[in-house]
Design a protein around this ligand. Structure first.
Ligand SMILES: Nc1ncnc2c1ncn2[C@@H]1O[C@H](COP(=O)(O)OP(=O)(O)OP(=O)(O)O)[C@@H](O)[C@H]1O
Length: 684
């Protein structure tokens, strides 16, 4: 019965499926479809939460998670090197304050040791034979000395605190500037990689934070170590046998502290990618720009569930880490407590059996108590330094990588203007995918001309423009400016000679004027005539004229009196920015997509006719072919190749070997027909 029922329902469902497929227009599996059918359910984003997995696949990654696997002893052995580095950093930031802190710190430790010795003398005087008043009288000079030494130590510690207050902010500024300077110059293909971005965020969130904290921590550690050395010296004077006992009492606690620091680091490495993803969902749910689309597509629930999926994984990881830390700490405290008990027991036995005089026994007790306190500080400071050293290690590796990924520099610069750019057989593969986005592109661009790149989405137009702008280096072939190969010049000298207006321009949270001048690399200086000419040509003049403070209006709602612009108006400002740069090459990568028809027409008029300059090459990338008909040359891209090139007329006359209209003519005719059909309703 059951089998039969199943057979019927399977047949039914098969029939239903066939029926369903027949209703849906489009390609069928096995009938020339490019893609198999997608699954009915799948993860919305990559599942991998292990940052290491992603980092391994990046092409420049030398680091293979070594910091997380290195032995505790190796890290501890690195502490002196890290301390030297921090000291060096501090010295470079403020030599005077660094020397002052070191000297005062040493002096303070000496005061502390002398203070302990003076305390033993006070006890000796008090425990000596004789009348109480006489003993107190004898103890007074030592008591005064103890008070004096404590006051001196207090003053020295005050000096250390003042020195630290001067040093720490300076070191923070220096480290942060270096981090940002290196990161913002890193070559674009590295920044494109999600793994690199993760690494930079991790270095910023943790490494940089701990590096900033390194100076106060080092001072704290030095303070504790010096204090301990002084107290240990006093103990050694009283009886050398007390020293190994003291060390024994602190080892278990130290071991527990180091273990838990290590577990925290490994755990954080594991879920830093998860953290970034969860932040992405938080941002989508809260962001103003995504708010309309989130609501219009009623995607709230789906996004919340995805957020929760990651949140649960982080919750599990946090809980696991908490349990592990509690266990390790319990173990450390239990074993540490036994060791401390044994230490005091032995001290009592030594005093009772006469190995130590009573006064020395009392002094030893004081020294052990203060040493134990200091030892705990040392262990905690070491624990922190150790944990933070792993992050600092990470940061340093990241900075090293940034240094290796700085733009190509040869010391040779391009001339300000160019007559001819020659592109020969250029290939380019994005490191992340490894697939060729350009497969042997050749063209010659002459000053004074306006050329267009057209073609389907993903055919390689923007990639070609970015190669021309020196943002990427060709994997093969060559690009030369008046015979000078771009690989032989500083990449930044190419970037400075190419103005790029991108499809999604950055809405700089700066004044309207700075939004224009940033095209020339400055946000505080302006050439007023040039700025006015640029906004007039791009149509941004009306936009800025309507702003409450005109040029001075901040273009962000985050500021008081700030204003947001519409997408089309932002595009006009972006075009003005490109024109303001007054570069040898101007690339307009679909900047008009958001503009209204008149504004778009005005921009193309200005670029193609009004401001055609004999010393500039203008490159337009556009899907609206009506806007490129006036170009001197049009290059048609398909799948990383140029399949046709010529003027509009050439391309409209072009036919393929099979006698079919060329790609450009097909695309142009398609667009023109759509417009014509709409122009007179009802007419063919
Ligand atoms: N940053 C990147 N990392 C990896 N691959 C990329 C990156 N940018 C583009 N690609 C890929 O390179 C190919 C060419 O992309 P490109 O952006 O140059 O095309 P396009 O012709 O400008 O497309 P569109 O008309 O959609 O702007 C595509 O396959 C694209 O997926």
């Amino acid at each position: 019965m059951r089998g039969k029922g199943n057979a019927v329902s399977e047949a039914d469902s098969q029939g239903a499926q066939n029926h369903h497929e027949a209703d849906i227009p489009g390609p069928r599996q096995g009938q020339g479809a490019l893609l198999p059918l997608p699954p009915e359910s799948a993860a919305a984003a990559p599942e991998g939460g292990e940052v290491g997995d992603e980092l391994k696949s990046a092409y420049w990654m030398q680091w293979d998670g070594e910091a997380a696997r290195t032995s505790v002893w190796r890290i501890l052995a690195r502490l002196p090197a890290i301390s030297r580095r921090v000291l060096g950093l501090a010295y470079r930031a403020d030599a005077g304050a660094t020397v002052m802190v070191v000297v005062l710190q040493l002096a303070s430790a000496l005061m502390s040791a002398f203070g302990l010795l003076a305390s033993v003398r006070v006890l000796s005087a008090l425990f000596a034979q004789g009348a109480t008043s006489e003993r107190i009288h004898h103890a007074l000079p030592s008591l005064a000395l103890v008070a004096g030494l404590m006051a001196a130590q207090g003053l020295l510690d005050f000096g250390v605190a003042r020195g630290q207050a001067a040093l720490t902010p300076k070191v923070r500024r220096a480290v942060e500037q270096e981090f940002l300077r290196l990161n913002c110059h890193v070559r674009l293909e590295a920044v494109d990689d999600a793994a690199f971005a993760d690494e930079a965020h991790k270095a910023n969130d943790r490494g940089l934070y701990y590096m900033r904290e390194a100076v106060p921590q080092l001072i704290q550690l030095a303070h504790a170590v010096l204090g301990l050395t002084g107290a240990a010296g006093v103990l050694a004077v009283l009886h050398p046998a007390l020293l190994p006992l003291l060390v024994l009492s602190v080892v278990p606690q130290g071991y527990a502290a180091v273990r838990s620091a290590r577990a925290q680091f490994l755990s954080h490495s594991r879920y830093s990618t998860l953290q970034r993803r969860i932040r992405l969902f938080t941002w989508i749910l809260l962001d103003r720009e995504s708010a309309p689309e989130v609501r219009a597509s009623t995607a709230q629930q789906a996004l919340l569930e995805e957020h929760e999926r990651f949140a649960r994984r982080i919750e599990e990881e946090d809980a696991r880490l908490g349990r592990q830390e509690a266990n390790v700490s319990l173990w450390g405290r239990a074993v540490g407590g036994l060791a401390v008990g044994a230490t005091y027991g032995v001290l009592g036995w030594m005093t009772a059996t006469g190995w130590l005089p009573l006064a020395a026994g009392g002094g030893a007790f004081l020294a052990i108590r203060s040493s134990r306190g200091t030892l705990v500080s040392v262990v905690l400071a070491m624990h922190q330094m150790y944990e933070h050293a792993l992050w600092i290690d990470d940061l340093e590796r990241h900075l090293e990588r940034c240094r290796a990924l700085q733009p190509h520099r040869t010391g040779r610069r391009l001339a300000d203007r160019v007559k001819t750019i020659t592109v020969t057989g250029v290939r380019y593969a994005y490191p992340e995918t490894g697939r060729d986005a350009l497969r042997g592109v050749s063209m010659t661009l002459a000053a004074g001309s306006t050329v267009a790149f057209v073609g389907a989405n993903g055919s390689g137009k923007s990639t070609m423009a970015k190669l021309l702008a020196g943002l990427y280096t060709p994997s093969g072939g060559s690009i030369s400016w008046d015979g000078v190969e771009v690989r032989e010049v500083d990449a930044e000298s190419i970037q400075a000679r190419v103005a790029m207006v991108l499809q999604d321009p950055v809405a700089w949270p700066l004044s309207a004027l700075a939004n224009v001048t940033i095209g020339a690399g400055t946000i505080t200086e302006a050439d007023p005539q040039r700025a006015l000419a640029a906004v007039t040509e791009s149509g941004a003049d009306r936009v800025i004229a309507d702003l409450p403070q005109q040029w001075a209006t901040p273009l962000s709602k985050r500021f008081k009196n700030g204003q947001e612009l519409s997408g089309g108006n932002w595009a006009k400002v972006a075009v003005a920015r490109g024109l303001y740069q007054d570069a040898a090459v101007l690339v307009l990568d679909e900047p008009t997509a958001n503009m209204d028809a008149r504004a778009e027409h005005a921009v193309y008029e200005a670029v193609l006719h009004g401001r055609r300059r004999p010393d500039r090459i203008t490159i337009l990338i556009s899907h609206r072919l009506s806007s490129v008909t006036g170009c001197d040359a049009i290059y048609v891209f398909r799948d990383g190749h140029i399949i046709e090139s010529g003027t509009h007329q050439d391309l409209m006359n072009h036919t393929t070997a099979d006698g079919e209209p060329g790609e450009y003519r097909q695309m142009f005719t398609l667009q023109a027909t759509a417009y014509q059909a709409g122009a007179v309703p009802g007419e063919e």
